[in-house]
Design a protein. Structure first.
Lengths: 305, 332
């Protein structure tokens, strides 16, 4: 197992190198640069700025310089936020997005799996239809609809929560629900389908023939197989959840990571783009590794492969 | 008092395409220690009969429409509560299934699955249960049982898995074992071993066995008594030697004529023409009449109940009951 993890971690290095290279050259190919603004800048000032950030060197030299920095763990200075390094910016905003993402994830896993399991047990009854209808709604409705709707009902009409902000514990509730709704809905559908599939398996019939109680059949015989697909889905989803959502963070005025992802591109903030892309790629790779580990733990058949 | 007495069992499936009457008024009884074979082609209702007794018919779409099944003269398996049924299932009545590759839980160790009946029915504490499980696994011929019991099902071959299934069924020393085509999915050589194993275990434990099969050869060597099912009904029931030597129903006779090994070399194989009836439509008269070479008008008019035609030999053929048909000797 340790060898497997070490091997997988080593494999991430070439993947990240490819991601870095592609992003770097695509960024250079895009028209415009970090110091093009609406206001006219004198060519001298622009040239001086470019010299300061090393943009006047040949592209291949810039590339190898950047890789050199990366190896030392330095993501470089931000071209847009003077005086800040990309690392500092990411680390200042990441905890906020991470916290929000974790709440959303917790909602998705608890509410989603519970709703899915209950629906699967009461297949084709009201207890199945109602949660699954909400699940379909949750998958269909985008956050820019659910967010303002929740603010209107619970923030303004009922006054239970602040409409926006990130100052009190209660400020976490509405954004977490908004962000988690889609994932909750998806997990609910996946776990319902997974459980139903397991209930039809021959080995569940065997367990019933042994006189095993209904609850033990669910808990001991069905859950592992039934929730495998949830694990597969939730791994990459975690990477998306904890790196923040521009929409949710904008709606609720949350100082998270989401805005950096989008704004860096608009600003041609080269190092920031590289930083966010590499950060996201690393998370995705780690989460996929985590999924594989959990799957091996859940499914004994995989332990030999 | 018989160990099991089934009376007028009717099970149907309510599907989108109508009601499929899978079992249509089946009655039989079983003595302690007896081996009863149930034969019939696919869809004749032999598996559904046993699944109904074990409460394993998925409901919906399945439904037990009527009938009683008195177990040990006390409990009606078809009417008792889930809790009562769970006291009997796996403890006094055990079941093994057709496909050993899918009948064991792939996510649980053999050990945990083997001791589960003992723990569920509170017959032993865990350490005692593990000991008995290992003994049972050795008994069914799994080599190196103490070590292999910690494996997962996918580490076993099909034959070995069926041995595990048998060990799991027998670990509680049940009064009745229902074997639903236990050898159908196995190689011929392994088949013989598994049959031998069931037979030996039966003698050691003195339990009754209901043996479901579509293989007449297997049944003939194994069972005390055989009943033939067709279209959800029992059409003939007799002691094994009588059933094979002097068939008293055209369907049974036709089945035996279609065993390929008994044809002269080069001769065309005997087949029963036509198809089994569509069970979602009501059947008028004898269900086999449309395929029967001896059918007369009266066969198609009214239902023919199963009646004793000779001591211990029951048949649901009108013409046999009226002494118009008689065959002697096998494969006439």
């Amino acid at each position: 197992m340790l060898r497997f993890i070490a091997k997988r971690l080593l494999e991430t290095i070439p993947v990240l190198l490819i991601v870095a290279t592609l992003t770097f050259f695509m960024m250079k190919l895009a028209p415009g640069g970090p110091f093009d603004t609406d206001k006219a800048t004198t060519p001298e000032i622009k040239a001086q700025l470019e010299a300061q950030y090393g943009l006047n060197q040949p592209v291949h030299e810039q590339y190898f310089n950047y890789l050199g920095q990366l190896v030392r763990g330095d993501l470089g200075p931000s071209f847009k936020y003077a005086g800040w390094s990309v690392g500092e910016l990411l680390w200042s905003a990441f905890p906020v997005s991470l916290e929000l993402g974790c709440y959303a994830l917790a909602i998705a896993l608890t509410v989603g799996t519970l709703a899915g399991i209950v629906a699967s047990l009461r297949k084709n009854t009201v207890t199945d239809y109602v949660p699954m209808m909400f699940a379909t709604l949750g998958i269909c409705l985008p956050t820019f609809v659910t967010g303002p709707l929740l603010i209107m009902v619970f923030g303004i009409m009922l006054g239970w929560f602040n409409p926006s902000g990130w100052d009190f514990a209660s400020d976490r509730v509405l954004p977490a629900i908004t962000l988690g709704l889609y994932y909750t809905a998806y997990v609910a559908r996946l776990s319902r389908a997974g459980m139903l599939e397991v209930f039809n398996q021959d080995y569940i019939r065997t367990a019933r023939a042994k006189g095993v109680s209904k609850w033990r059949i669910i808990w001991r015989h069905s859950l592992r197989g039934g929730l495998l697909s949830v694990v597969t889905f939730i791994g990459p989803a975690i990477a998306g959840l904890v790196t923040g959502s521009l929409v949710v963070e904008t709606i609720f005025h949350i100082p998270g990571l989401g805005r950096f992802f989008v704004m860096a591109g608009f600003n041609r903030d080269y190092t920031m783009v590289m930083g966010t892309v590499l950060f996201y790629a690393t998370l995705i790779i780690l989460m996929n590794l985590l999924v594989d580990i959990v799957q091996v733990w859940l499914n004994p058949k995989l332990r030999f492969e | 008092m018989p160990l099991l007495e089934v009376n007028d069992l009717q099970t149907s499936f309510h599907t989108r395409n109508g009601i499929v009457r899978a079992v249509n008024g089946v009655s039989f009884s079983l003595e302690r220690g007896e081996t009863l074979g149930i034969v019939g082609e696919s869809g004749s209702g032999k598996s559904v009969t046993c699944h109904s007794l074990m409460g394993l018919v998925p409901q919906p779409p399945g439904r037990i429409e009527s009938g009683t099944a008195m177990f040990d003269g006390k409990t009606d398996l078809l009417a008792c509560s889930a809790r009562e049924l769970n006291v009997i299932r796996g403890r006094r009545v055990a079941m093994i299934f057709q496909d050993p590759m899918t009948s064991l839980n792939p996510f649980m160790r053999i050990l945990d699955q083997l001791i589960e009946p003992l723990l569920t029915h509170k017959l032993a504490r865990r350490d005692e249960a593990v000991k008995r499980a290992i003994e049972m696994l050795e008994l069914v011929g799994v080599p190196d049982a103490a070590h292999r019991i910690r494996s997962y099902p996918h580490e076993f071959s099909g034959g070995m898995r069926q041995r595990v299934m048998i060990a799991m069924a027998l670990v509680t020393k049940p009064d009745l074992l229902i074997a639903d085509e236990p050898t159908t999915a196995l190689d011929v050589t392994v088949q013989a071993q598994i049959l031998e194993l069931i037979k030996r275990s039966q003698q050691q434990l003195g339990m009754a066995v209901i043996f479901i099969s579509h293989d007449l050869g297997v049944v003939s060597g194994f069972c005390d008594r055989v009943q033939v099912m067709y279209a959800g009904r029992i059409v003939e029931s007799a002691r094994t030697e009588h059933l094979f030597r002097s068939p008293r129903h055209p369907y049974n006779r036709a089945l035996q004529k279609s065993i390929p090994a008994l044809q002269p070399k080069g001769a065309a194989l005997y087949t029963i023409s036509g198809m089994p009836p569509d069970m979602s439509r009501p059947v008028q008269g004898c269900a086999f009449a449309p395929r029967c070479e001896f059918a007369v008008e009266a066969c198609r008019v009214r239902e023919v109940p199963l009646k004793e035609v000779e001591p211990g030999h029951r048949s649901a053929c009108l013409r046999v009951q009226e002494k118009q048909l008689q065959w002697e000797g096998a494969h006439v």
